[in-house]
Design a protein around this ligand. Structure first.
Ligand code: AMP
Length: 283
């Protein structure tokens, strides 16, 4: 496995590989890796000659300083996991390497960022889109792999790739979960052992919504989810949205959408957790 901290060294290395005819799959991450990340590496390995992973905790996408400070970091273990998974190249630049000067450019995604993560984390998607654009330039992938776990991020990157004509294919990979349904996340390590079991209620709430949406409609489903979560005082609901899975606009009539996304964000132990579930309506 080849390791790079310098964007220029990475660019030069990958230029040679590309010129020798190799296709490149790219998996951007913020490290503190778990099996969810590894599933993206495996997806890339299956479809490309070379898999490149990046590990970069991007300060520009954190609107909460504390969250950035507390974000788990474990480079040594990450590198071990990537090596074992058959990743070929790892890029782990420093923040000063990526942001010699803070970008002046601001990327705005209109309606796509007015809801959910965009609404509750102002500036978040500007930071995501800027860093992902930089990484796309350094890596020049044929395919880039992102997780459905961050569904709004996938929608934002899809728009970015389209609007700026990045010559690559975006691949959206399914959510990997713990045995009790909790979506794997680097932030899960910050949950107390006492409250960790309560975190599975997020997935249960999504399943409850999935069961009732088509039969009981939007209003009742909203009520059911809120009543269900209210039983667990440790969980603080930030949002539960029933949205179109591509435009992310709120669904008013279930029958008008092909695929609906149930999206949720909660706080537990001061840790912000997000999850989602997709429903095909059969339209
Ligand atoms: P992060 O390190 O949190 O920025 O995540 C890096 C990539 O892994 C993103 O595309 C995430 O959506 C994806 N990812 C995070 N958690 C999971 C999961 N549980 N299952 C599948 N992919 C995930």
């Amino acid at each position: 496995m080849e390791l790079f901290e310098s964007p220029l060294a990475l660019l030069n290395y990958l230029k040679k590989e590309r010129n020798s005819g190799k296709s490149i799959g790219f998996v951007p991450t913020m490290g503190a890796l778990h099996d969810g990340h590894i599933s993206l590496i495996q997806a890339s390995n299956g479809e490309n000659d070379l898999t490149v992973a990046s590990i970069f905790v991007n300060p520009l996408q954190f609107n909460n300083k504390k969250d950035l400070e507390l974000y788990p970091r474990n480079l040594e273990k990450d590198l071990e996991m990537l090596e074992k998974a058959g990743c070929n190249v790892v890029f782990f630049p420093s923040a000063t390497e990526i942001y010699k000067d803070l970008p002046v450019l601001k990327l705005n995604f209109g309606k796509l960022e007015e809801v959910m993560e965009g609404q509750f984390r102002p500036g978040h998607f500007n930071g995501v889109a800027i860093v992902v654009s930089k990484l796309f330039h350094f890596v020049g992938p044929d395919k880039a792999y992102f997780g459905q776990k961050d569904l709004q991020q996938v929608c934002i990157i899809r728009q970015l790739v389209k609007d700026l004509s990045f010559p690559l294919t975006l691949v959206c990979c399914p959510i990997l979960r713990e045995k009790d349904g909790l979506a794997m996340s680097s932030r899960n390590t910050r949950l107390s052992s006492q409250n960790r079991p309560v975190a599975s209620k997020i997935y249960e709430a999504l399943q409850l919504a999935k069961k009732t949406l088509l039969s009981e409609g939007i209003e009742n489903t909203q009520k059911n989810v809120r009543n269900f979560l209210n039983q667990y005082k440790e969980l603080e609901l930030e949002y539960f949205e029933i949205a179109d899975s591509e435009t992310l606009e709120p669904v008013l009539n279930v029958k008008e959408h092909k695929q609906i996304a149930l999206c949720i964000a909660v706080y537990l132990d001061g840790v912000r957790l997000i999850d989602n579930e997709l429903i095909a309506t059969g339209l």
